[in-house]
Design a protein around this ligand. Structure first.
Ligand code: 3PG
Length: 333
């Protein structure tokens, strides 16, 4: 177990300074990404880490959990994407003090296990939002044009776009939808002030039920939590207008897959497109043909810009945490 790192002070005695300096030099920041960052992002992370006097280690494209367990053994800090940081990983990381999820959703980290060990968990909110928002819009167009196969499609201009959860991504999707001539409505259980939505020219609706009922395109931006698990299913889909499309760039866990299958089976006008392959992807593809699409691997945040924004933010947050104790983006307080 490493001693606690305290900020460097000029008042410190000479020996103490040498001690801190040597501690900082030995600090190991591990980037563990099963789905690697763009090279430019890794180079940027390395610069930040090394300028701070720490070492960077990379574990990319790993396929076995054992590789992650071995790599975290002597890591002081960990940068991840959707990589699973379970209680087992935390137990194996004896020196770990901070985990930064370079991205928005942190449902892949066992927050309680980290908290029990005093490990700070952070995300980098907003840093990859634009990439995800652009994909959501692309998904709408892709489904409206029969997945780019021959046949008459339809335009998204003049249609109503519903945003489910008005956070960083939801707001950007709304803004882009408006720029494309869509009418935008939104619902967020945590934002009840109409003015927040009105400022963006968006109309707030007062319930999830109302949102789905009026949305030709429904863009999902809720996190995966105990409350949202399997919360989107048969009833909501069946209430949607004729020809409606459900767009999921959030999480597969929020979908009740049996409910979606039942709704799309009953209503041949409904469509579902998702950036996170459902467990029942093969069945959905076979049953619904062009009305269903899932990306082979989650690609919402797969842009150089998003990787650079989120990766560099993660590195900076780690340096700020070690140097000044900054815990601004902590999600497991
Ligand atoms: C997020 O939560 O930030 C997105 O789902 C992106 O995840 P990724 O970093 O695994 O692409």
């Amino acid at each position: 177990m490493c001693p606690t790192i305290v900020p460097y002070t000029y008042e410190a005695k000479k020996e103490k300074r040498i001690y801190f300096t040597s501690l900082l030099k030995d600090m190991k920041i591990l980037v563990a990404t099963e789905k690697p960052f763009a090279r430019k992002a890794v180079d940027g992370i390395r610069s930040i880490v090394e300028e701070a006097g720490y070492q960077l280690e990379l574990l990319e494209k790993y396929t076995e959990k054992a590789a992650l367990l071995a790599a975290v053994a002597d890591a002081d800090a960990l940068i991840i994407r959707s990589d699973k940081v379970t209680a087992e990983v935390i137990a194996a990381a004896k020196n770990l003090k901070i985990v930064v999820r370079a991205g928005a959703g942190y449902d892949n980290v066992d927050l309680e296990a980290a908290k029990a060990r005093g490990i700070v968990v952070m995300n980098t909110p907003g840093q990859n939002s634009n990439a995800v928002a652009e994909l959501a819009i692309a998904f709408m167009i892709y489904m409206s044009r029969n997945r780019f196969t021959p046949g008459t499609g339809c335009e998204i201009q003049g249609k109503r776009l519903g945003i489910h959860a008005y956070g960083n991504v939801g707001k950007l999707v709304g803004r882009k939808g408006k720029a494309l001539g869509m009418e935008v409505v939104a619902y967020d259980p945590f934002i009840t002030d109409d003015a927040v939505f009105a400022a963006d020219g968006v109309k707030r609706v007062s319930s999830v039920e109302e949102l789905y009922k009026v949305s030709d395109y429904l863009s999902l931006h809720i996190p995966a939590t105990e409350q949202t698990r399997k919360s989107i299913g048969y009833d909501l889909l069946m209430s949607m207008p004729k020809g409606a499309t459900l767009v999921n760039t959030a999480r597969k866990e929020v979908i009740d897959e049996a409910g979606v299958i039942a709704a799309l089976s009953e209503r041949e006008d409904l469509k579902y497109i998702t950036d996170i392959a459902p467990d029942a992807a093969a069945e959905m593809a076979e049953k619904f043909g062009k009305r269903f699409f899932a990306t082979p691997k989650k690609m919402g945040a797969e842009t150089a810009e998003a990787n650079i924004n989120a990766g560099l933010a993660a590195a900076r947050q780690i340096v700020a945490f070690f140097k000044t104790g900054d815990t601004r983006f902590q999600v497991n307080k």
